[in-house]
Ligand binder design. Structure first.
Ligand code: FPP
Ligand code: MG
Length: 323
């Protein structure tokens, strides 16, 4: 459910964000434009551009070229999803066929590469090395988080600390960059830039924890197949809680299937239902509250303007989202 201020902002800002993304796609090499457009121009909550816009406006910045900056984190995000769906062999994304199922793997990898290159280029054109460092750090950390996750695929030997380190990289750093870009662009002071960065990082971690809880919800609600993390051998909080609750005999069968990605569709459906019935997805959502509280605390010393309320509402948006 969307809360009014955030919903209003989402609706108001969709057309100019969409126009900035269309300008970006038009600059890509012709052979990848259709694939990039398929992934970038339809669907998506546009949370990252909204954060950049709101962070900049919090410090009074209303420059028209802000939209071109705000498009960059969305392009990086969509590039990472194009690559992620190949790595995860995903069938669907946002309720329709994943791009690699429509266009093939190689066009998707190249479209992702082109989006990354164009995002870097448009940030660099603003001529401020801090902006470039901000997005390049975020890209590196995203890759590091994803590589860490892949290295642990099928493993049940790591715990919540390592999970948190993975999601800080793969999701937290790009939301951090979305906020930081806006604050830097607006010329905010170093303490405010750091506070907004930390807000974004914690918001991003909460976003991923909720995402991992939603992995066990109905596909009709989320647009993603139920239990993807189970099939892909990704140890997320609901799965950790489920495993810890299993009797010994069942746990060894679970560990064996998890390590080798050998759950049948019926087992995936059954485990997902048990996770929901026992409230392990809700327990995971509760874990997100710690990150959301940290993010809320980061807003305390920032300017008391309407944008700060929007950033507060973004916390509820992440906490309550159902898709
Ligand atoms: C979605 O996670 C994936 C990510 C948040 C990051 C993916 C990163 C890469 C593929 C590395 C390349 C990085 C860049 C910057 C291009 P998920 O699979 O848990 O979520 P899902 O269920 O939405 O697929
Ligand atoms: Mg994935």
């Amino acid at each position: 459910m969307l809360i009014p201020g955030f919903a209003r902002l989402l609706a108001q800002e969709q057309p100019p964000i969409q126009a900035a993304l269309e300008r970006a796609v038009a600059r890509l090499p012709a052979p990848v434009r259709e694939v990039a457009g398929y992934a970038l121009l339809t669907g998506g909550k546009r949370l990252r551009p909204l954060l950049t816009l709101t962070a900049a406006r919090l410090f009074g910045c209303e420059r028209a070229d802000l939209y071109d900056l705000a498009a960059a984190p969305e392009m990086i995000h969509v590039a990472s999803l194009l690559h992620d769906d190949v790595l995860d062999a995903a069938d669907t994304r946002r309720g329709r066929r994943a791009a690699h199922q429509v266009f093939g793997v190689i066009p998707c990898l190249l479209a992702g590469d082109a989006l990354l290159a164009e995002a870097s280029h448009r940030v660099a054109r603003f001529g401020d090395p801090e902006l470039v460092l901000c997005v390049s750090d975020a890209m590196l950390r995203t890759v590091a988080g994803e590589a860490h996750e892949i290295a642990r695929q099928g493993s049940l030997s790591h715990g919540l600390d390592e999970y948190l380190s993975i999601i800080e990289g793969k999701t937290g750093w790009l939301l951090r960059a979305s906020c930081r870009l806006g604050a830097l662009f607006a010329g905010a002071g170093p303490r405010d830039v750091d506070a907004l960065s930390s807000y974004g990082l914690n918001l991003g971690m909460a976003f991923q924890i909720v995402d991992d809880a939603l992995d066990f919800a109905d596909e009709a609600e989320t647009g993603k197949p139920t239990g993807g993390d189970l099939r892909e051998g990704k140890l997320t909080p609901p799965l950790l809680f489920h495993m810890n609750a299993l009797p010994d005999a069942e746990r060894s069968r679970f560990a064996e299937a998890f390590a080798h990605g050998r759950f049948s569709p019926a087992e995936v459906a059954d485990i997902s239902r048990r996770i929901r019935d026992r409230g392990f997805d809700r327990a995971a959502r509760d874990m997100a509250d710690a990150s959301l509280d940290k993010a809320a605390a980061c807003l305390e010393g920032l300017p008391d303007r309407p944008e700060r309320d929007i950033l507060r509402q973004a916390l509820s948006f992440v906490r309550d989202r159902r898709a």
